[in-house]
Design a binder for this molecule. Structure first.
Ligand code: HEC
Length: 142
């Protein structure tokens, strides 16, 4: 057990080290911070829709609104896809579409949350999660 937990700590230190090599003021540092925020908010929402935590309608609606706001933040920090003259126009188009699909999914979730009913937000939340993975499958380096 002690051996296992020191492995876990080592893994955490290593991943921390990997993050710290990125300059927080660089586009990569900024987009990673924005993505972490998306993760934090969507974890709360998916926890409530999947029963990992109690569904509290007001908290859900508030977090869905924060996710909708945060959903427009990262894209300016992907100059390779969102600048006026991208190197690969097709990749830029696909990326912009994936970002727009994601934002639209967060709009729908935010609207659905207004009813305050768990059954109304389950499907819109799945769509949000799908749109994260759809983009990651193509554009997130492993
Ligand atoms: C339009 C594309 C796109 C969408 C949509 C998207 N991501 Fe990302 N995400 C990326 C890319 C590209 C990276 C890699 C960024 C880098 O390291 O430079 C990334 C990285 C991340 C990371 C790692 C950040 C780090 O510290 O290295 C997390 C966590 C993450 N995304 C979560 C999410 C979540 C959660 C959602 C949906 C709620 C989401 N992303 C939606 C493209 C996207």
């Amino acid at each position: 057990m002690r051996y296992l937990s020191s492995l876990v700590i080592l893994a955490m230190l290593l991943s921390l080290g990997a993050c710290q090599r990125v300059d927080p003021n660089s586009p990569q540092g900024k987009r990673q911070a924005d993505m972490k925020q998306l993760l934090r908010l969507s974890e709360t929402l998916s926890g409530m829709t999947r029963g990992r935590q109690p569904f509290v309608a007001a908290d859900f609606a508030n977090t869905a609104r924060l996710l909708q706001q945060a959903a427009s933040k990262p894209w300016a920090h992907f100059p390779e896809y969102t600048s006026a003259q991208p190197a690969d126009a097709n990749a830029a188009k696909a990326f912009t579409k994936a970002a727009a699909d994601f934002q639209q999914a967060t709009d729908h979730l935010n609207a659905a949350a207004a009813s305050g009913k768990l059954e109304d937000v389950r499907a819109p939340m799945l769509r949000v999660e799908d749109s994260c993975s759809t983009c990651h499958r193509v554009f997130r380096p492993q």
